[in-house]
Design a protein around this ligand. Structure first.
Ligand code: NAP
Length: 248
């Protein structure tokens, strides 16, 4: 069986790291760990390599998804190293939360640049490769707040809702080339991004989750892993909600 290559953006830690580990454990996928922080990327790549699967390669890169030159350079290096790219997970994301009257232009711009423009830049490079291969899987990490909204997150929820439009339009453009484009919309997942929320907010959120627990990064990785699989070939332009029933 031919090995596949997966690029997961923002995969040095959190949900992206769990996705990278989950792909690697499938045994036939090489991993591009790409993150704004190269030292963290290297540490995660070493952790993945230590899984010890025969043939497995995990390669660390420094990538700023919001910077066109950085994206182009990393894709060039991926092709030099692996000669192909089968899976792209647009996972890198940030929050700059505050109510709109306190939100600075740079709070809006940095969130839209990384969360939405970043997915555009990486998808554009990936499509060049995948359309030649006539095979590809793109999975965009959106959020439950794209559907529900959330006070204090007009920038973040706009970026995550924008990703859904990108997902559906790109899915239509490349469906005939064997490329699927889908989104996963996590609810409240335990990572550094949510650790910093005040306990009161966490308690309120828990009350809105029918399953009665916060999500684990692995819950998200499981959904991404399915959408990124060969078997998911007839699913495109869709969203899998991973939120414990918080939004139905
Ligand atoms: P996280 O722990 O903050 O991890 C995000 C990763 O992205 C970090 O390694 C970060 O690097 C990296 N990153 C930031 N800016 C970047 C850039 N410009 N280029 C490349 N990498 C960059 O967040 P997470 O909770 O795992 O979230 C992962 C994704 O899931 C995000 O898109 C987030 O919006 C989405 N999501 C999360 C939740 C949740 O409850 N956690 C819910 C819904 C959706 P640094 O650490 O160096 O900044």
């Amino acid at each position: 069986m031919e090995r596949k290559v997966a690029l997961i953006t923002g995969s040095a830690r959190g949900i992206g790291k769990e996705i990278a580990l989950t792909f690697a454990k499938k045994g036939d996928i090489d991993i591009v760990v790409a993150d704004i922080n190269l030292d963290d990327s290297k540490a995660t790549a070493i952790e993945i390599q230590k899984l010890g699967f025969s043939g497995l390669v995990a390669e660390p890169f420094k990538l700023n998804v919001a910077d066109s030159a950085s994206v182009t350079e990393v894709f060039k290096q991926i092709m030099d190293k692996f000669g192909r790219l089968d899976i792209l997970v647009n996972n890198a994301g940030i929050t700059r939360d505050t109510i709109i009257l306190r939100m600075k232009d740079e709070d809006w711009e940095s969130v839209l640049d990384i969360n939405l423009k970043g997915a555009f830049l990486c998808s554009r490079e990936a499509i060049k490769i995948m359309s030649k291969q006539r095979y590809g899987r793109i999975v965009n990490i959106s959020s439950v707040v794209a559907f529900m909204g959330n006070a204090g997150q007009v920038n973040y929820s706009a970026s995550k809702a924008g990703l859904l439009g990108l997902t559906k339009s790109l899915a239509r453009e490349y469906a005939k080339r064997g490329i699927t484009v889908n989104a996963v919309a996590p609810g409240f997942i335990k990572t550094a991004m949510t650790d910093s929320l005040p306990d009161k907010v966490k308690e309120e959120m828990m009350g809105a989750i029918p399953v009665g627990r916060f999500g684990e990064a692995q819950d998200v990785a499981n959904a991404v892993s399915f959408l990124a699989s060969v078997e998911a070939e007839y699913i495109t332009g869709n969203v899998i909600h991973v939120n414990g029933g918080m939004y139905m």
